[in-house]
Design a protein around this ligand. Structure first.
Ligand code: NDP
Length: 396
């Protein structure tokens, strides 16, 4: 029996609110965000007076502290933007509240993801007997939990890991991003990076690509990106000889992205415009379709999983574990598309794992450090069923 505070009322926050509202383990729910009217709309769509709402600027620790002191949640689910991770963690420490997020901290002025900023909070959370759960969306999130499950049940040693993320959906727009455009464009326009033989190797942005076949979808061009869960997985599974992340993009999307970069609209530094300072990428976000609005006309599926090679009983084996999620079904249930759905479902389930005492430990943890079994036992019934394939050609 537990009180939960959700921060962020975007696509992911909408799904988290729906899922948390259905779970009786959460006795009281507060949804807070920068724009309260968005929280009110979500609460009204869910109905039953299940969700209270509030306005908060999560860049301001004092506002977060005031909200946490008055509501007194057991856990915060942070589905605002990665820029707010540290202020929310600071407020949690001040108020004795546990923490969960889906994306690692990024400073606003550099597109750079790494866990060091949040891992540096470990001792402070531990001393207060509090838990911070990092990266509990799909990727990061389920991707790392799939890896933990493979290591626990199917291998003595996992050696090669390829996380493969395909969105084969079609929303009928010339160009749109599936989650926050600013965060998404910062992620995919930076250099690629992968881990091999004990070292990180850098590539140009989207330089390495190959065609991979996705279940129920078929062949899709897949591009090597740096993705944050690689950092924690390489640390937590030192037997890994190689770890990479691949994501699919269509030609049309890549052409638009190239033009956006070429004309300077992906810049994250301030420029002078009509006597005021604006950040081109933030302005672009204001004119691109809101990811939340894509759902009503979105067809097709996402397919995200882990392709793993390693050793069991002295022999080499391969293993593929994945989920396919249908955009239309996600929309029917929550009013959002599959990318928000696949992120929000694990965040709500991770918080339930914590309040039910199935995931515990004082300090700051990545999701693969918890027991994957109870989480995966319920992931399917929460809307994200998963499939395993053994000793197949992994194509990577
Ligand atoms: P949206 O942009 O749709 O939503 C973000 C929400 O946070 C908005 O409601 C916004 O408010 C609110 N917000 C922004 N700044 C503040 C602030 N200072 N104070 C309070 N609220 C604020 O993003 P998404 O829902 O698409 O993504 C949410 C998070 O999920 C992001 O961190 C993203 O990186 C992560 N993500 C993780 C994935 C995974 O698999 N791990 C996949 C996809 C996303 P307002 O409405 O006023 O703008």
């Amino acid at each position: 029996m537990s009180k939960v505070l959700i921060i962020g009322a975007g696509g992911v926050g909408t799904v988290v609110a729906h899922k948390v509202a259905k779970n009786p383990v959460f006795t009281e729910i507060m949804l807070a965000s920068r724009t309260k009217s968005k929280c009110d709309q979500i609460a009204a769509a869910i109905g039953g007076n299940r969700i209270q709402t509030a306005q908060v600027d999560a860049d301001k620790v004092e506002e977060l502290v005031a909200l946490m002191r008055s509501f007194q949640p057991e856990i915060v689910i942070n589905v605002a933007l990665p820029y707010q991770d540290l202020t929310i963690m600071d407020a949690c420490l001040e108020c004795g509240v546990n923490y969960l997020d889906t994306a690692n901290y990024e400073p606003k002025d550099v597109a750079h993801f790494e866990y060091s900023w949040q891992w540096a909070y470990h001792d402070r959370f531990k001393e207060k007997g509090l838990t911070a759960i990092l990266g509990c969306g799909f990727d990061p999130g389920v991707s790392a939990i799939f890896t933990a499950y493979a290591a626990k049940h199917h291998f003595d040693e996992i050696q090669y890991l390829d996380i493969v993320d395909c969105n084969a959906g079609n929303h009928g727009k010339a160009f749109a991003t599936n989650f926050n455009p600013e965060i998404n464009i910062r992620e995919i326009t930076q250099n690629g990076r992968y881990f091999e033989n004990g070292a990180w190797h850098k590539t140009g942005p989207l330089e390495i690509h190959k065609t991979l076949n996705y279940p129920n979808i078929g062949p899709r061009e897949s591009y090597l990106l740096y993705h944050e869960e690689l950092e924690s997985l390489v640390k937590n599974y030192p037997t890994l000889k190689r770890a990479r992340f691949w994501m699919t993009f269509g030609q049309e999307y890549l052409t638009h992205l190239r033009v956006i970069q070429d004309i300077g609209m992906a810049r994250i530094d301030e420029v002078e415009y009509n006597g005021m300072k604006i950040v081109p990428l933030q302005f672009l976000k204001a004119v691109l379709p809101d990811p939340k609005s894509l759902g009503s006309n979105y067809h097709g599926e996402t397919s995200i999983g882990c392709r793993i090679r390693g050793i069991k009983d002295g022999k080499e084996h391969t293993y593929y574990i994945y989920n396919n999620c249908d955009h239309e079904k996600a929309y029917q249930e929550t009013g959002t598309q599959a990318v928000s759905y696949t992120t929000g479902v694990p965040a709500a389930l991770g918080a339930a794992m914590f309040v039910r005492g199935l995931w515990k430990g004082a300090g700051v943890y990545n999701v693969e450090q918890f027991d994957p079994d109870p989480f995966l036992a319920e992931l399917g019934e929460q809307g994200l069923p998963w499939v395993e394939k053994f000793d197949i050609d992994l194509e990577v």
